[in-house]
Design a protein around this ligand. Structure first.
Ligand SMILES: NC(=O)c1ccc[n+]([C@@H]2O[C@H](COP(=O)([O-])OP(=O)(O)OC[C@H]3O[C@@H](n4cnc5c(N)ncnc54)[C@H](OP(=O)(O)O)[C@@H]3O)[C@@H](O)[C@H]2O)c1
Length: 123
């Protein structure tokens, strides 16, 4: 894969690993949509900021409409509470599943057809 020819979307690109991934992609010549719950928190010159809450299906679908040229999905966004499945707070476990599992799945379901339409994607 020639990364410089890809169009990426990175979820949670406003800080942490997502910001670093977006920066690295930019440095390699990739067009980058930087998704964040609050797009004003994105301070990466060169990326295209995008409102994106992966637990909000309307936000995910709207992002897939705008970023219709995406060929590469980086599912970075998540909430790591560290809660034990056996003894942790159920609210924390709900949060983890809503982001890491269902939010990520929602992104895959929204962007797989986009990536396929754009002639990319691997199973
Ligand atoms: N760092 C590690 O050692 C490590 C190890 C294993 C796995 N991971 C996973 O790798 C990912 C990044 O880690 P990190 O350390 O960079 O985490 P982080 O600093 O806590 O950043 C999490 C990012 O996810 C975003 N986010 C959370 N919920 C979201 C939602 N519903 N919709 C959209 N964005 C959301 C946050 O946005 P806000 O600014 O809006 O909160 C933030 O940008 C996470 O999924 C984490 O669980 C990290």
């Amino acid at each position: 894969m020639d990364i410089s020819k890809q169009v990426a979307i990175v979820s949670g690109a406003n800080r942490g690993l997502g910001k670093e991934l977006a920066l690295e992609l930019l440095a390699r010549g990739t067009k980058v949509y930087a998704g964040a719950r609050n797009p004003e928190s994105i301070d990466l010159p060169g990326v295209i900021p995008l409102q994106l809450d992966i637990t909000d299906s309307q936000s995910v679908m709207a992002a897939a409409e705008v970023a219709s040229d995406v060929t590469l999905l980086i599912n970075n966004a998540g909430s790591a509470t560290g809660a034990s499945l056996l003894t942790g707070e159920l609210n924390d476990i709900h949060l983890e599943f809503n982001t890491h599992v269902f939010g990520t799945l929602s992104m895959i379901r929204a962007f797989a057809p986009v990536i396929e339409k754009n002639g990319e994607g691997r199973y």
